[in-house]
Design a protein around this ligand. Structure first.
Ligand code: DLZ
Ligand code: SF4
Length: 507
């Protein structure tokens, strides 16, 4: 019995579960559709990446002799369901639909309706590209009142054997986070990540996106990412060879002249299936065992993949759909327009948003401690901020974006992900970057007209949320500092913050 296999834009892996028992009379469908291209205003480079990678993946399947049906965006399929319907109508011999489970709750809910809508069996297979399946995560989470990444991560280390010597972690320590926090001196030069020249297929997609999505963020013509598994693996091996050794030390550093520093910039490839998480981690484990990179680099990288990435995916599926509605600190201020155009006097924000506009990428500390921290301190609307992150980053799919933004950056889940809000004043940004020396504002000032906005907003954030956050154990030092300030100074700071928030659009 021939079947239809639907492959989504973030399922571009040859080892995908739905492709495992493909038969010669099966039809494989990939479709560029309006519903997926428009559910948020995706960055132009994100759309180019996904459409071009889909086209390359379909071409490879075809070359391998599979029957492939491909709808390009110009064919105006409104939705995945419409595309499936059309293929089934044209191929009445197809008697079932198979799909690997979608990564997002939104689509999972749609797929659960497909059987009724199409009148044929729909088989939804597990996505075993993730290392922990849903049951494994649920077993781990069961009975816990706190879900701390660190404990999940240790289990994943034992489960995978990565950086393990028998039952013990290599180096006698599970986590070298404390060795991942150096600022990057100006004489340390990071090698460029490996970019790709667009081929003919990508050039056609660039043209399409420029025409069809002209007002979306970014410039499609500047596309330089990998769009095939082979090119993505080359980019990752380039990272292992040239960047990984220093990734550990400078993971949290930021610099005006370099958006990438020692980051791999491979999350977008991994999240659409061009790279395999186990393969990446094995390469890093091997580089450490061959003494090519220090342990704080290898462990820091592997923690991001088998720890953090698997953990946020597990939490997403554990807590959706209720998680999406959370707004613990009742943050509702509209998103300032500079999140979209980057035109602000705050040098750090200009840099982080500018990098985002130019590359559909910025690294995790920009996302957490600059744009995320500002959104947290200013009480920006949780839904709007989440939508922004989902739209503007090439690696952003809701399963990974939502916990990172709503939980980690905005503390809107009340502490499920993070044990304290990642609120920081200008002092942190000044320590970890060279932005402040290029800024209109003065990082050492709090009340003056030229004062760094992060400073008054930081204290005001603590003060206005004292009833919810005041007893948080990890914020006690900060609250002691606040409470020790004379009442008059507290008033001045809060008045300054109120003025900043009224004029937040002009900062
Ligand atoms: C993000 C995206 C975009 C922009 N376009 C498509 C598309 O046209 N067709 C498709 O199959 N997938 C696309 N995607 C990725 C999906 O949105 C993604 O599979 C779901 O969000 C589940 O993670
Ligand atoms: Fe950002 Fe303040 Fe530093 Fe300016 S002074 S770059 S606003 S932290």
């Amino acid at each position: 019995m021939a079947k239809l296999i639907l492959i989504l834009g973030d399922q571009l892996s040859p080892a995908l579960s739905s492709l495992r028992d493909v038969q010669s009379d099966d039809v494989i469908l990939l479709a560029e559709v309006a519903a997926e291209a428009h559910y948020v205003q995706h960055h132009q480079l994100k759309i180019v990446l996904i459409f071009s990678a889909m086209r390359h993946f379909a071409k490879t399947l075809q070359e391998q002799g599979h029957q492939v049906c491909y709808f390009s965006y110009e064919q105006r399929q409104p939705s995945l369901l419409a595309a499936v319907r059309q293929v089934l109508m044209e191929n009445p011999q197809l008697s079932a639909l198979t799909v690997t489970e979608p990564a997002e709750y939104r689509l999972q809910q749609e797929f659960l309706q497909y059987e009724a809508a199409l009148g044929l069996p729909v088989h939804i297979l597990a996505d075993d590209r993730f290392i922990a399946d849903h049951q494994m995560f649920q077993r781990w989470a069961h009975g816990r009142n706190q879900y701390r990444m660190e404990f999940f991560y240790r289990e994943m280390r034992r489960y995978t054997g990565l950086l393990m010597e028998g039952a013990q972690p290599c180096g006698g320590q599970w986590n070298f986070d404390a060795d991942n926090r150096r600022s990057c001196p100006s004489d340390v030069i990071a090698p460029q990540p490996l970019w790709q020249e667009p081929d003919e297929i990508t050039q056609a997609v660039i043209q399409l996106v420029s025409q069809e999505f002209p007002s979306n963020m970014g410039n499609a013509a500047s596309f330089h990412y990998a769009v095939t598994g082979k090119a993505a693996r080359a980019a990752f091996l380039h990272f292992v060879e040239h960047q990984l050794a220093k990734f550990g030390d400078y993971q949290d550093a930021m610099r005006t002249d370099d958006a990438f520093l020692f980051h791999s910039v491979c999350s977008m490839y991994l999240n659409i299936g061009l790279l395999d998480a186990r393969w990446m981690c094995q390469k890093v484990d091997q580089a450490w065992r061959e003494q090519k990179v220090p342990l704080n680099a290898a462990e820091g990288f592997i923690r991001q993949i088998i720890g953090w990435r698997e953990y946020v995916r597990g939490l997403y599926w554990l807590l959706m759909p209720e998680y999406q509605q959370r707004n613990y600190l009742d943050a509702k201020r509209p998103l300032p327009s500079y999140y979209w155009h980057g035109n602000t006097k705050m040098a750090c924000m200009r840099q982080a948003i500018g990098d985002t506009i130019n590359h559909a990428y910025s690294h995790h500390i920009h996302r957490l401690m600059i744009t995320g921290n500002f959104a947290l301190l200013a009480g920006l609307d949780v839904q709007e901020v989440c939508e922004w992150y989902l739209a503007v980053y090439a690696d952003a799919f809701e399963w990974v974006e939502l916990p990172n933004t709503l939980g980690m950056a905005l503390f809107a889940d009340g502490g499920v992900l993070a044990s304290k809000p990642y609120a920081a004043s200008g002092n942190y940004i000044s320590r970890m970057s060279n932005y402040c020396s290029h800024c209109h504002y003065q990082v050492k000032q709090t009340l003056e007209s030229t004062a760094c906005p992060f400073n008054a907003l930081y204290w005001d954030f603590l003060a206005r949320n004292e009833s919810t956050l005041g007893s948080n154990a990890r914020l006690q030092l900060a609250y002691q500092q606040w409470r020790r300030k004379p009442a008059e100074l507290q008033d001045q700071i809060r008045t300054k913050a109120a003025a900043l928030l009224i004029h937040v659009e002009q900062l």
